[in-house]
Every structure is written in C-alpha cells, then in structure tokens.
Design a protein around this ligand. Structure first.
Ligand SMILES: NC(=O)c1ccc[n+]([C@@H]2O[C@H](COP(=O)([O-])OP(=O)(O)OC[C@H]3O[C@@H](n4cnc5c(N)ncnc54)[C@H](O)[C@@H]3O)[C@@H](O)[C@H]2O)c1
Length: 241
C-alpha cells in the first residue's frame, strides 16, 4: 500500500546516503519530492531518475536559501506535507584541537540548519492542515563519543529541539519526530573507519541507508500518527550497551 500517495516531501541532504535512500522509498510510496542539497550534479541526476522530483541547490545554513526551497516547492507542487530535515556533516577531532571555526560549522549545519528548515516547514504547515517533520539526529545525540564534541552537542540539541517543537505544535496537526541512526554505511563514514565501527556495533555490521529509509517512512506516514516529540533509535544495539 502506498503510504505517501499525493504527499509532497522536502528532503534535505537528498542527494546522498540516508536522504537519497529515503527519497527512493518515498517515491515508491507515491510522494512528489523536492530534493535539497549542496551537491548539485548528483542531486540533479538523481531527481531525474525518480518519477516526480525536482532538485533545489540550497545550503541549509542560509535563511534566504531555505526560504527559497519552500517557495519553489509550493510553486512546483502547491504544498508541502512532509519535511525530512536530514542534511548533516560530521568529523572526528580531539576537542583540544577543535578550532572554533570547525565547532561553528558543525553546529551551523547540524543544529542551526535543522532549526531554519523546521521553522520554514512549520510556517508552511500552519497555512494548510498541518504536516510532518522528521529530523535526523543520531545515536550520538543520546550518548557521547570522544572526538565528537561538536557533533554530540548539535545532535543532542536536535533531540531536545524535536521534543520542544513536537510539544509546541502537538495540537495543530503538526507532528515532529527524530531519527537517531547508529553507524550507517554512507559517504559520511570514512572507508578506513568502517571496520572499527562494525566492531563497535553489537550486530557486528554497519546499518544500510535503506534500513533508515524504512524508519523515516514510518515516522513520516500515518503509521506513526500518535507520535510526536519522540526520537527513534535505529542503531544495531549500540545504545543498549
Ligand atoms: N551515516 C551515519 O553513520 C550517520 C549516523 C548518525 C546520523 N547520521 C546523520 O544522517 C544524516 C545524513 O547523513 P548520511 O549518512 O546520509 O551522509 P551523506 O554525507 O551521504 O549525506 C549528507 C548530505 O547532506 C548534504 N549537506 C551537507 N551540508 C549541507 C548543507 N549545509 N546544506 C545542504 N546540504 C548539505 C551533503 O552534501 C550530503 O549529500 C546527517 O544528518 C548525519 O549526521 C548519519
């Protein structure tokens, strides 16, 4: 059964990894898509492969560019029903070597960008009959990890931001939940780290992007109709340890 028939979904970070896998699954479930990313060539080519999709190049840290995404989405499809707020970056740097610029950049994309996109989504949803936001946090929003201070801070912020706006708009037919992935086999993970991360995971493998897409579809569709302000951890058992 198509779970997003007639829905319009904006997906940030939609050119690669978890965002691209989710775009594919959403498309199979009948959604019209607005893919947002900095990677223009990849995003444009990918949008052409999908049945009803456009690509918009935008930086989620730019207020103007985020506003333009929603304007273009409404011009193309008349509305926005679902926003997968997923663009993100991550690097491992010991905290005593972490420059303020790198800290700011990580927090800018992974937390400020989530706010800017969510704010625009809520503005659009208030003009219509509600909508759904899925924010990508991380299991590293729940637990710490040496060398990931900025990422941990930003993703922990996304988990509590999700609770906050989930509550704020709960009575307005606007649902907001977060996905908290474990180690997933996407370009964000350096090749040389994969063996170690597999070993750190109780299931002894990396998660796949399409396993995240299925969780996002659950959070984006009516299957999760009584959920808001929650975080869904999908991590091969990592945070159960
Ligand atoms: N892969 C993992 O192990 C893992 C684990 C936990 C959380 N996450 C989160 O999942 C999300 C997706 O990551 P992924 O694993 O698919 O990695 P990815 O690198 O394949 O995808 C991230 C995408 O975001 C885009 N992006 C980065 N900065 C942007 C910006 N300022 N504006 C617009 N787009 C931007 C990138 O170009 C890229 O296409 C991220 O938020 C990441 O932190 C990933």
């Amino acid at each position: 059964m198509a779970k997003l028939e007639g829905k319009v979904a904006v997906i940030t970070g939609g050119a690669s990894g978890i965002g691209a896998a989710t775009a594919k699954l959403f498309s199979e479930h009948g959604a019209k898509l607005v893919l947002v990313d900095l990677q223009e060539d990849l995003g444009t080519a990918f949008a052409k492969e999908l049945s009803d999709a456009i690509f918009v190049k935008a930086d989620v840290t730019s207020e103007e560019e985020v506003t333009a995404v929603f304007t273009k989405a409404k011009e193309a499809y008349g509305k926005v029903d679902v926003v997968f707020n997923n663009a993100g970056i991550g690097r491992v740097t010991p905290t005593h070597d972490l420059s303020y610029d790198e800290w700011r950049k990580t927090v800018a994309v992974d937390l400020d960008g989530v706010f800017l996109v969510a704010r625009e989504a809520i503005r659009a949803f208030k003009e219509q009959d509600g909508g759904v936001i899925v924010n990508t946090a991380s299991m590293y929003g729940w637990v710490g990890s040496p060398g990931s201070a900025a990422y941990n801070a930003a993703k922990g912020g996304v988990v509590n931001f999700t609770r906050s706006i989930g509550l704020e708009y709960a009575s307005e037919n606007i649902r907001v939940n977060a996905l908290c992935p474990g180690f997933i086999d996407t370009p964000i993970i350096p090749e040389e780290s994969k063996a170690v991360l597999k070993d750190m995971t109780p299931m002894k493998r990396l998660g796949q992007a399409d396993e995240m897409a299925k969780a996002v579809l659950f959070l984006a569709s009516d299957d999760s109709s009584f959920m808001t302000g929650s975080s869904l951890v999908v991590d091969g058992g990592y945070t159960a340890q």
